[in-house]
Design a protein around this ligand. Structure first.
Ligand code: SF4
Length: 724
């Protein structure tokens, strides 16, 4: 008897959830996906997967999916369903009207790391060519923009130096501000395998994560630092290396700028960064800092993996530079088993960075101010382009509040839920005249939108993703798009409606175009990826099938040498006080993904029905709290409510939560502070107080405090600084 569940078709594609980018075989019967099987040939996952890629795919046909375009004149009006042509005409008409009234720069766009490379490239093309300005940004602004800045400054490329498999050659693994066991599970398993084989593990994280201590994985050194002191600790580790002559002079002389090393060593070697000074500041034992430095520098192959626990700080870019400095000083670049590697949160954060959705650079990180670069894009796109860098995403919202920014195309993003300053963003959106949302579901941001264009999930489209190890892989259409169009087609039609005529027969032609304009992708094509499975950039004439390890001979800087950046420690302005004595930090868990838009619409929700607040026993006792109590978490900036649970994973004075449920409103309490170089928000450090809620308070209405106006918030911070 035939098996009724025997698939009719198998499609090889990749998981869009996290930066590991696991290959999957999607099995379908008609238009039903019956199974997602990890693909054995997948070079990032070798046949492994986690519970998100394996099980959390049914969101694609969830009843909440919007399948018809919608428009409305005002955000107070009900949505009106319309055909695609009317939606495009309305959106384009509004954008043109706004530009005619307020000027060419009064509109812009933002793309998402959930989108394919082709969609991200087309979104920046839409803004630059059809809107005529550079007001384009992407969601990496709020997560890994410091990676781009910090690694480019030290080694010339804002990307992982290694492929994932390289960890199997490492003798020492340093994990900083990341929890791969939960956040990047397939890579986390590979890392554990190497630790079981004897590699040493150093973890720098405020919390005793599963990476620090779980079956088969125990850190040799855990620096449970106070949130906000990464730079101090990393400088102190470097201090020990320099003062004990544990650095690698041969590597530094042959591969780096020696004079910059000397300047850095002078700064780092000062008593200001000795473990005895930094230990009490960061709340760690100075001897543990020395042990970490000695283990890392001994190698012989030491590698660094890091995450948002490094980047989402007011010194996020400095923290990334610290990691580059550390690896250069010990000669930990240019071989298997070494390097510095950002663990990217979403499936295509690396592609989002590479492909020009930034206000100052085109794809390939080439500056819009450079005449020759701009000329090459103008020739390809047959249109004149703006030479002025555009607005960053937070600046677009600020400009909206001053009346200078009136229209926005938001592709695959929900800034009201995911960006800092929730009320600030809502006020900015309210002041715009045309907000266009292009997404799968109505979300928090769409409450303030005028046009809704239904999106397509990664299972309904063709294109490519670039994972955290720079690996470009094919995304293949498994089922037909529910709303009729793939996302890249919608962006093209929007361009056409604006009067800028472009056409592509399929997504592969978009990849061909971006390859012509982006040196590191110059050899990429659907044909290549279909033939070899995947390829890590740079993929070009010199490396036609890609490059596993970067910086083997030289660094991609003008003189080919790595350099050392001065990384003085400047404490964050966000400090504890009598009124806000606890530091809140955030993270994620295995079964859920980011703000949960997709995973919460699958059975994975049963593993994590709500976000909870983790608190040490002592901190609970002094507040009279018991396990399961509902509490209010108040900061200088706002308040939210969660259930509290006792945890041995956080030190006294530190509390922790995940942010997968919209009701948690973690970004209602986070501060206004951001990275000095990139504006990446300081999500990881917020001074708060926690108080017990009575049942009536929990159930009656919304206890979330009204967020004070920006001026009041700044005054509050300044007042606290004076006290501290
Ligand atoms: S979420 Fe990440 S680790 Fe899990 S299956 Fe998807 S890509 Fe792989």
């Amino acid at each position: 008897m035939p098996n009724p569940r025997k698939p009719e078709k198998e499609t090889i594609t990749i998981c869009a959830y996290c930066g590991v980018g696991c290959g999957f075989k999607a099995e379908t019967i008609g238009d039903e996906i019956v199974r997602m099987t990890p693909w054995k040939e997948g070079k990032a996952n070798h046949g492994h997967s986690c519970v998100k890629g394996r099980f959390a795919y049914d969101y694609w046909r969830h009843p909440d999916r919007v399948r018809t375009p919608m428009i409305r004149a005002s955000i107070d009006d009900p949505w009106q369903e319309v055909g695609w042509d009317e939606a495009f005409a309305h959106a384009a008409g509004e954008l043109k009207r706004i530009q005619a009234t307020y000027g060419r720069s009064s509109v812009g766009g933002v793309s998402s790391s959930r989108c394919t490379n082709e969609e991200i490239f087309l979104t920046q093309k839409f803004v630059r060519a059809a809107l005529g300005n550079n007001n384009i940004d992407n969601c990496a602004r709020i997560c890994h923009s410091p990676t781009q800045f910090g690694l480019s400054a030290t080694v010339g490329a804002g990307a992982a130096s290694q492929h994932f498999d390289s960890v199997l050659q490492a003798d020492v693994i340093m994990v900083v501000g990341a929890n791969p066991t939960e956040g990047h599970p397939v890579f986390g398993s590979m890392m554990k395998r190497r630790i079981r084989q004897g590699a040493k593990l150093i973890v720098i994280d405020p919390r005793r994560t599963e990476t620090v201590d779980s079956p088969h994985c125990r850190a040799d050194v855990h620096l449970a630092l106070s949130p906000g002191t990464n730079v101090a600790i990393l400088n102190s580790i470097a201090h020990v290396i320099v003062r004990e002559n544990r650095h690698d002079p041969y590597f530094i002389k042959s591969r780096c700028e020696w004079r910059e090393f000397e300047l850095w060593a002078e700064l780092i070697g000062s008593d200001e960064y000795s473990p005895d000074t930094i230990g009490p500041i960061a709340g760690v034992d100075p001897e543990d800092i020395r042990r970490a430095a000695r283990i890392y520098s001994s190698g012989p192959r030491s590698t660094i993996y890091y995450g948002l626990g490094v980047t989402e700080h007011s010194q996020g870019s400095t923290g990334v530079m610290c990691l580059g400095n550390l690896a250069l000083s010990c000669g930990m670049y240019g071989r298997e088993g070494v390097g510095v590697n950002p663990l990217r949160g979403q499936g295509n954060v690396q592609g989002g960075s590479c492909l020009g959705s930034w206000p100052h650079v085109f794809s390939g990180y080439r500056f819009v101010t450079d005449d020759a670069t701009r000329a090459s894009f103008e020739a390809e796109w047959d249109i004149g382009l703006d030479s002025e860098p555009g607005l960053r995403l937070p600046n677009m919202f600020d400009a909206a509040l001053t009346g200078h920014f009136k229209g926005m195309y938001i592709m695959g993003e929900d800034p009201v839920q995911s960006d800092p300053n929730q009320n600030h963003i809502i006020a900015a959106l309210r002041s715009m005249e045309c907000v266009i949302i292009h997404d799968l579901f109505l979300n928090e941001t769409s409450k303030y939108a005028h046009v809704f264009l239904p999106g397509s999930s990664s299972l309904e489209k063709d294109g490519t993703f670039t994972n955290a190890e720079r690996r470009i892989s094919r995304v293949r259409k498994v089922v037909e798009p529910l709303a009729g169009y793939q996302d890249w087609e919608v962006t093209v039609k929007l361009m056409n409606a604006m009067g800028y005529d472009v056409s592509y027969a399929h997504a592969g032609e978009v990849l061909d175009e971006l390859a012509r304009l982006s040196p590191a992708y110059s050899g990429a094509s659907f044909e290549l990826l279909d033939r070899v499975g995947s390829a890590q950039w740079p993929v070009d004439k010199a490396a036609p099938e890609g490059t596993e390890v970067l910086h083997m001979q030289q660094f991609p800087r003008a003189n080919g040498r790595g350099t050392f950046m001065l990384t003085g420690y400047v404490p964050t302005r966000e400090r504890v006080s009598d009124q806000y004595p606890l530091l809140l930090t955030t993270g994620r868990i295995l079964s859920q993904y980011n703000v949960g838009t997709q995973t919460r619409r699958t059975a994975n929700s049963q593993w994590h029905p709500e976000d909870v607040l983790e608190m040490s026993r002592g901190d609970m006792q002094v507040r009279g709290l018991s396990d399961g109590d509902r509490v209010k978490i108040a900061s200088r900036f706002g308040a939210t409510r969660l259930k509290v649970v006792e945890s041995e994973r956080v030190n006294p004075g530190v509390i922790y939560t995940t942010f997968h449920h919209a009701e948690s409103k973690a970004n209602a309490v986070t501060s206004d502070l951001s990275d000095w170089a990139t504006n990446c928000p300081e999500y990881k450090v917020t001074a708060v107080e926690v108080t017990k809620l009575m049942p009536a308070e929990w159930w009656q209405g919304d206890s979330v405090a009204k967020r004070p106006a920006r001026r009041e918030r700044e005054a509050a911070v300044a007042a606290v600084e004076e006290v501290v």
